[in-house]
Ligand binder design. Structure first.
Ligand code: SAH
Ligand code: F3S
Length: 433
């Protein structure tokens, strides 16, 4: 009987892709099969996130539970960003852990599996040209990494310490992967990196000069690719050429993630984000002008050290002006290895909670105002998922989740739909073509 593995993935889309890579390596090289039942697994993996403190705390209680529930002889591996950051400390604190595999060492999964108490967390390890086996969780869309690591050093962020220096993956490898995905039914390609629009900053070997805009053009020329999404771009690198490509290339989905972090120029400076409130507003409003139906999402951190009431009002002002379709909002969490944790003027937790509530309530009001504007709109929906009650769900080009009455035959198809009923997150419609 084949050995089985169980995998839990926390955190961002890059972690989802890293898990897919591990699944491919384990299946093709080691003959493992995936199971959803922890108790029957011979190998239990947890792919961790370390961006905020809470999930890191939860990790140790969670692997404690895994250890109690696992079958005799099953191995436990801790992977991902917390593995990179804590390294062998994890085995010291939880001696039942069999190996620790960093976020930049994914290709070594089949090695650590056979080395008792292995800790592979080398931050300089170069996987940018490693050819992972093919595996994707969805038949309809494919995640494709275009760069690894991040050079930005935002003062709140641990990622540069867990994923290391930024290296771009050679464009010919990216195109090959996209071609394979498109040939096997993925009409939608999701390009991934911590800082995608800084693509081409550094390659590990010889490579012709290339930027993200050029890469988007290359990917959009691949036969069978109908939709391109990407995450995350950095507002600083949203130059006119990039915005024009985004607006004019019909294969690029009209939804953009623009991580604001703060609306205050003073706080943005302390965060070392490299742009001002005015630059961000200029880019976002220009984008709305160029692509009237664009949907813009963002990440916001409240209560960064030194954030005054006035600074927070600047953030509220940006959400008023941009009217984001989606906001991922967080209370600032001091992280080891980052400069901001030592900044004076850390903000009391209750103030952070109050600001987060204010931001989220106002955003919900904005969403309520925006949802009625969606009714009657005609959108192209790529159907991916069956839902209870005879419904099928998919996303519009501009990232609106829409459900219609229907069954399997709609799955994997891009169909024109008229929105008849709009909620904050879920919308209903009827197929018109
Ligand atoms: N480059 C990535 C950032 C990864 S971290 C991207 O743009 O998606 C994802 C988000 O987590 C960040 O955009 C930020 O809003 C939030 N975050 C990062 N560090 C944080 C911290 N110390 N406290 C609170 N939120 C944080
Ligand atoms: Fe983090 Fe800033 Fe990079 S948020 S991942 S250091 S762009």
């Amino acid at each position: 009987m084949a050995k089985k593995f169980y995998i839990e993935t926390l955190g961002c889309a890059m972690n989802v892709r890293d898990s897919e890579h591990m699944i491919a390596e384990l299946s093709y090289k080691e003959g493992y099969e995936q199971t959803e039942t922890l108790e029957e697994a011979d190998l239990i993996l947890i792919n961790t996130c370390s961006v905020r403190e809470k999930p890191v705390h939860k990790l140790f209680s969670e692997i404690g539970v895994f250890n109690k529930r696992k079958k005799d002889g099953a191995k436990i591996g801790v992977c991902g960003c917390t593995a990179s950051h804590l390294g062998e400390e994890i085995i010291k604190k939880a001696p039942f852990v069999d190996f620790v595999l960093g976020a930049r060492n994914v290709s070594k999964i089949t090695e650590v599996l056979h080395k008792p108490k292995a800790v592979e967390v080398d931050i300089d390890y170069d996987e940018s040209q490693y050819a992972f086996g093919d595996f994707r969780s969805s038949p309809y869309k494919a995640y494709v990494n275009i760069s690894i690591g991040c050079d930005k050093q935002c003062t709140f962020c641990i990622v540069p310490h867990t994923r290391g220096e930024e290296v771009s993956i050679p464009s010919d490898l990216i195109v090959k992967e996209v071609e394979k995905a498109a040939k096997t039914g993925a009409k939608e390609i999701f390009l991934l990196g911590q800082n995608v629009n800084n693509y081409g900053r550094r390659f590990s070997g010889e490579h012709p000069k290339m930027n993200f805009t050029n890469l988007l053009r290359l990917v959009s020329e691949v036969d069978g690719v109908e939709r391109i999404r990407f995450t995350s771009p950095h507002p600083l690198h949203m130059d006119d050429e990039f915005l024009e490509e985004f607006a004019n290339n019909p294969k690029i989905c009209k939804s953009m993630h623009m991580p604001l972090q703060s609306g205050s120029t003073k706080i943005l400076k302390a965060m070392k984000r490299g742009y001002t409130k005015e630059w961000f507003l200029d880019r976002a409003l220009k984008l709305r002008q160029m692509v009237p139906d664009v949907s813009i999402s963002t990440d916001i951190i409240v209560a960064f050290p030194g954030e005054s009431e006035e600074d927070f009002e600047d953030t509220m002002d940006v959400i008023e002006k941009v009217r984001f379709e989606q906001i991922f909002s967080f209370k600032y969490s001091p992280r080891p290895l980052t400069p901001a944790k030592d900044y004076e003027d850390q903000i009391p937790d209750e103030i952070g909670s109050q600001r987060l509530t204010r931001l989220q309530s106002r955003h919900n009001e904005i969403l309520d105002e925006m949802k009625s504007e969606r009714v009657g709109k005609v959108v192209d929906v790529y159907f991916e998922e069956l839902r209870p009650g005879g419904k099928v769900a998919g996303r519009s080009d501009n990232n609106v989740m829409v459900q219609v009455d229907g069954s399997e035959e709609l799955l994997g198809k891009i169909v024109t739909v008229k929105i008849t009923d709009a909620g904050r997150l879920s919308n209903f419609g009827v197929v018109i073509a």
